[in-house]
Design a protein around this ligand. Structure first.
Ligand code: ATP
Ligand code: MG
Length: 264
């Protein structure tokens, strides 16, 4: 796991998952989107999106179907180019970088619908996650670490990944991302299609990963779970950020309650 997390000290780690923490204000910015516009051909999907994630935070991006959540992730990872605006990771511009170079700089994506390599074995999938690295000893160490976090994955290293259950595939996708030894992990709807108990396992794992020093940016439709975990959140509506606040404030916000928490 990442040990040299610049700008972060042990005192920065929040004691509680959603507790407001004064230390947050003094943390360095890890990821920053400024006035990002993204188009697919002639149709504009992201409108002037600005957001930031600080070192050690869990930040969630909430939004309904087709709001542009996945497009935001794709734009961060160079899978689609913003027409306007800038994206910075640890102070360096990344909006023109190639996806592989972005991963090399310490930012990794756990994609929507998991997207593991279904015909490869579990072990091969994990090894693919380390494609940017060549220190075998360190890779082995991280593999052991992933097995410690996900014992079920270890039991299944020879299994063809596409034959695993949805929950197991989600664990594998997270494990594969961790194999790049990231400073920051972005996750696109990790709870999608999972039973409540598995959602809880996935969310507990996200907390554990953060507590080990990895900053997390999470896209979710499951607003109540995401906000119970996150420090802060943004709400995306038809490609525009309409709200940004601490997680506790968002949980009691009228718009969030009506639109995403099924309440009035
Ligand atoms: N490759 C593409 N070409 C054209 N339009 C696209 C493309 N990908 C997404 N879109 C459109 O962009 C909009 C936002 O899609 P996106 O996948 O970012 O939404 P989302 O918030 O992730 O939704 P969901 O919750 O369903 O995953 C949608 O209207 C979608 O149809
Ligand atoms: Mg999506």
């Amino acid at each position: 796991m990442q040990e040299d997390n610049p700008g972060m000290t042990s005192a920065d780690i929040s004691p509680s998952p959603s507790g407001e923490n004064v230390a947050v204000a003094t943390r360095s910015t890890m990821l920053q989107l400024t006035n990002v516009d993204t188009f697919y051909g002639p149709s504009q999907v992201l409108h002037n999106v600005s957001l930031e994630v600080k070192s050690g935070e869990i930040v969630c991006l909430l939004g309904a179907n087709a709001a542009g959540k996945t497009t935001t992730m794709k734009t961060i990872f160079g899978l689609v180019r913003p027409r306007h605006g800038t994206i910075e990771f640890e102070g360096g511009r990344i909006e023109r970088k190639l996806p592989g170079d972005i991963v090399r700089s310490g930012l990794v994506l756990v994609p929507e619908a998991r997207r593991i390599f279904p015909r490869m074995t579990v072990l091969e999938n994990l090894e693919m996650g380390a494609f940017i690295r060549n220190n075998r000893a360190e890779i082995k160490e991280d593999l052991d670490h992933v097995f410690q976090i996900f014992p079920r994955i270890k039991e299944r290293i020879k299994q063809v990944a596409g034959t695993m259950s949805g929950g197991e595939q989600q664990m594998l996708a997270m494990g594969r991302a961790l194999m790049s030894s990231p400073k920051m992990m972005c996750m696109d709807e990790p709870s999608m299609g999972l039973s409540p108990i598995l959602v809880e396992t996935v969310f507990n794992t996200i907390l554990r990963i953060r507590n080990e020093g990895v900053t997390v940016f999470l896209v979710e439709q499951n607003a109540s779970m995401a906000l119970s975990l996150a420090d802060r959140g943004y709400v995306l509506q038809t490609g525009r950020i309409v709200l940004s606040d601490t997680a506790p404030n968002l949980l009691t916000n009228d718009l969030v309650r009506q639109a995403y928490l099924g309440g009035g």
